[in-house]
Design a protein around this ligand. Structure first.
Ligand SMILES: *[C@@H]1O[C@H](CO)[C@@H](O)[C@H](O)[C@H]1NC(C)=O
Ligand SMILES: *[C@@H]1O[C@H](CO)[C@@H](O)[C@H](O)[C@H]1NC(C)=O
Ligand SMILES: CC(=O)N[C@H]1CO[C@H](CO)[C@@H](O)[C@@H]1O
Length: 594
C-alpha cells in the first residue's frame, strides 16, 4: 500500500507537463498552456484556492403554500383541519401514497414520529394512529396539480423558463478571482421525507426545511457579501480561502454537511478531474510492481500483511470498492472489500470443472447486490481458508485490517478502478472497433456503449430495469415492423420499376428506377438504425452506464475515439457532460493514449 501511495502521490505538475510538451500536437499544446496559465495564475503554495470570491448565496425552496380549503383531511373518518406546519408534513406523505415506501413499517414509523413533532398539542392529542389518517383527498389533489402542469400552455411554460433563467443569471454565477464561474447546485432542496437507498433505517424521517439561519457563507472579506432574505440572518459569514465551498449547512437526517460548490465545468473542478486521470495514468506504470508485491505478500509471516494482500488482489481483480467504516445502524447494511464478513463468501475447492472457486454474495454501495463466482489462485484460496478459521458468520473476514489502512486503500481504489477499467476499455474499444471505419454511426455507438457496458459490469453498476422498459421496447419493435413492411413494399416497387425499364428503355422509367433504388437504400439504413438501437437498449436493460462513464473513464479516451472515427461528440456526451469535460475535448487528439 505504501508503494502505491508513493507512486501516486507525486502528482504531475504543470511544469513537468510543460517539459513534456512534445507529446502533444500544436493546437492542444496551446490549449494546455492556456489552461496552465489559468491554473497557475491563482495556484499558490500556501494551499489557498482563491483570492477573491463573490456570490449571491443560495436560492431557498419556495415557502409552503397551504392547501385550498376544498382539499380535506380525515382522521378516523372525521373531517379535520390541520395547522399549516402539520399540514405541510402531511402533504409530503400524501404525495407519495402510491409509492410502496408508504407501506413500509420503518417508513411509516419514522414519518409518524417526525410528523407529530410538527403538530400543535391539540393535534397531537387527537392524531395518535397513522392508520386512521386518510390522505386520499390530498393525493388526488396533487395528481390533478401535476396533470395541470403537464397541460400548461406554451406561454405559461415560457414564463417559468424565463424565471429560471433569471435565477440562474442572478445566483448561478460567482466571481472567483478574475473569472466568472458557474455554480453547481445553488438551489437548496425543498423539505420532504427522506428515502435513502435500500432498506435505510432512517427512511420516512422529515428532511427539514433549510433556512438562512442554517447557512454558513464563505466569501472574501472585500467582496459584496450575499444578503440573506429580508428579516433573516445567516448563521455565519466566513472568509476561508483554503476551501472552495461557497456555502454550507448541516442536513438533519444523517448530520452530514452539505456544500454549494462550483459547477464541474469550472476551473477548480476541471483541474481536479484532470489530475485524477493523470494519477491513474501514472499508476498504470507501477501496476505490475504492485501486483508482484501483493503476490509476494500472500506468503508473509504476518497475518495482517497477508490479509491486506488478498484484499488488494480482490480489489484489483474484481474492481471491488475498498469499503470504509461507518457507524452502526446509520445506513443500510452494505459492505466493501475490506469490510466483508465471513457470511459473504463461500469457498469451493472444486466446482464443476474449476478449482478454488470463491463465491461472493453481499450488498455493495447503494444496496446493490454483488454476486460473483470466480476461480482464484491456490495461494489466495488457502489464505482465505486460514482467515475463516474459528470465525462466526458475522465476523470480519479481514479482521486485521485497521481503519486507517482501509481509508487509505479507498483512495487508491479509485485510481485503481480508473486505471484497470481503463485498460480494459481501450482493449475492448480496440477489439470492438478494430476496423470499424466503415460502420455507420449507430453501429459505432453501439460498440462504444458495449465497451462502456463491459466496464460498468466489472464495477457492478446495476440498475433495476426502468419501469417503462417493456413499453418502450414494444414501441421500438412496432417501428421496426413498420419499417420492414415499408421495405418490402419498396422492394416490390423497385422490382416493378426494373421490369418497366427493361421493357420500355426510356428516360422516364430510368428515372423512376433510380428513385426507387434510392428509396430502398434509405429505408434499409433507417431499419438498420432502429435495429441497432433495439440491441443497445436490450443489452443495457439492467446496467447503469453513467457512473463509469462520468467517473472512471478518462474522457480523453472517449474524445479521442470520437475524433478517430468521426463520431460527433454529442453522441457520447450531452451538453452538461460536454461542459464538464471541456478540458478533455480540447486536449485529446485522435491518437491520445492513456
Ligand atoms: C378517505 O376519504 C375519501 C374522501 O376524501 C373517501 O372516499 C374514502 O373512502 C376514505 N377512505 C377510507 C379508507 O376511509
Ligand atoms: C446529461 O446527462 C446527465 C446524466 O449524466 C443528466 O443528469 C443531465 O441532466 C443531462 N443533461 C442534459 C442537458 O441533457
Ligand atoms: C462555509 C463554507 O461553506 N465553507 C467553508 C468556509 O470555511 C470554513 C473553514 O473556516 C469551512 O469549514 C467551511 O466549510
Amino acid at each position: 500500500v505504501m508503494m502505491l501511495m508513493s507512486c501516486t502521490s507525486t502528482m504531475i505538475s504543470p511544469v513537468t507537463l510543460r517539459r513534456r510538451y512534445h507529446v502533444f500536437s500544436f493546437p492542444s499544446l496551446v490549449y494546455i498552456l492556456l489552461l496552465l496559465i489559468r491554473w497557475e495564475e491563482e495556484r499558490s503554495t500556501d494551499g489557498s484556492k482563491w483570492r477573491f470570491l463573490e456570490h449571491k448565496g443560495p436560492v431557498f425552496a419556495p415557502p409552503y403554500e397551504p392547501l385550498p380549503d376544498k382539499v380535506k383531511f380525515y382522521y378516523d373518518g372525521k373531517l379535520m383541519k390541520l395547522s399549516a406546519p402539520a399540514e405541510e408534513v402531511a402533504t409530503f406523505f400524501g404525495k407519495m401514497l402510491d409509492h410502496e415506501y408508504t407501506t413500509k413499517d420503518i417508513f411509516r414509523k419514522n414519518f409518524f414520529k417526525d410528523w407529530r413533532k410538527e403538530m400543535t398539542s391539540e393535534e397531537k392529542s387527537k392524531i395518535t394512529d397513522l392508520n386512521k389518517c386518510n390522505f386520499s383527498d390530498m393525493n388526488e389533489y396533487f395528481k390533478t396539480q401535476s396533470e395541470a402542469r403537464k397541460q400548461m400552455s406554451k406561454q405559461e411554460k415560457q414564463k417559468i423558463k424565463e424565471e429560471n433563467e433569471r435565477l440562474l443569471q442572478e445566483y448561478g454565477f460567482c466571481i472567483m478571482d478574475n473569472h466568472k464561474e458557474r455554480i453547481g447546485n445553488f438551489r437548496i432542496e425543498p423539505p420532504g421525507l427522506f428515502r435513502g437507498r435500500g432498506d435505510h433505517p432512517k427512511m420516512g424521517m422529515l428532511k427539514r426545511r433549510i433556512r438562512p439561519e442554517d447557512i454558513i457563507i464563505n466569501c472574501s472579506k472585500d467582496s459584496k457579501h450575499p444578503k440573506p432574505p429580508q428579516g433573516t440572518k445567516w448563521k455565519e459569514v466566513r472568509h476561508d480561502n483554503k476551501v472552495t465551498w461557497l456555502a454550507s449547512w448541516t442536513e438533519n437526517i444523517q448530520g452530514s454537511i452539505k456544500y454549494i460548490m462550483l459547477n464541474p465545468s469550472s476551473r477548480i473542478k476541471g483541474e481536479k478531474d484532470w489530475q485524477k486521470y493523470e494519477t491513474a495514468r501514472r499508476l498504470k506504470k507501477c501496476v505490475d510492481r504492485i501486483r508482484n508485491q501483493y503476490r509476494e505478500d500472500w506468503k508473509s509471516k504476518e497475518m495482517r500483511i497477508r490479509q491486506r494482500a488478498v484484499a488488494l488482489y480482490f480489489i484489483d481483480k474484481l474492481a471491488l470498492r475498498a469499503g470504509n467504516e461507518k457507524e452502526e445502524g446509520e445506513t443500510a447494511d452494505t459492505v466493501g472489500c475490506c469490510s466483508l464478513r465471513v457470511e459473504h463468501i463461500k469457498l469451493y475447492p472444486k466446482m464443476d470443472d474449476q478449482e478454488y472457486v470463491v463465491e461472493f454474495d453481499f450488498l455493495g454501495k447503494d444496496s446493490i447486490r454483488y454476486y460473483n463466482k470466480i476461480p482464484v489462485e491456490k495461494r489466495v484460496f488457502k489464505n482465505l481458508q486460514l482467515f475463516l478459521e474459528n470465525k462466526q458468520p458475522e465476523d470480519d473476514l479481514f479482521d486485521r485490517l485497521n481503519v486507517r489502512m482501509t481509508s487509505m486503500m479507498d483512495k487508491l481504489v479509485t485510481y485503481f478502478h480508473i486505471s484497470v477499467t481503463k485498460n480494459y476499455l481501450s482493449h475492448l474499444v480496440v477489439s470492438f472497433l478494430g476496423d470499424a471505419a466503415d460502420d455507420s454511426i449507430p453501429a459505432k455507438i453501439l460498440s462504444y456503449n458495449r465497451a462502456n457496458r463491459a466496464v460498468a459490469i466489472l464495477c457492478n453498476h446495476q440498475r433495476a430495469p426502468p419501469k417503462t422498459f417493456e413499453k418502450s421496447m414494444q414501441n421500438l419493435q412496432t417501428k421496426i415492423d413498420e419499417k420492414q413492411n415499408q421495405l418490402s413494399t419498396a422492394k416490390k416497387q423497385l422490382k416493378a420499376a426494373k421490369a418497366d425499364h427493361k421493357a420500355s428503355h426510356d428516360e422516364k422509367s430510368k428515372k423512376t428506377l433510380e428513385v426507387k433504388r434510392k428509396a430502398v437504400q434509405r429505408i434499409e439504413e433507417q431499419l438498420m438504425k432502429l435495429q441497432v438501437q433495439a440491441t443497445d437498449r436490450e443489452e443495457n436493460k439492467q446496467i447503469a452506464l453513467g457512473t463509469s462513464k462520468l467517473n472512471y473513464l478518462d474522457p480523453r479516451i472517449s474524445v479521442a475515439w470520437c475524433k478517430k472515427w468521426s463520431v460527433p461528440i454529442e453522441k457520447i456526451y450531452n451538453k452538461t457532460q460536454r461542459e464538464k469535460f471541456a478540458w478533455a475535448i480540447d486536449m485529446a487528439e485522435k491518437d491520445y493514449e492513456f
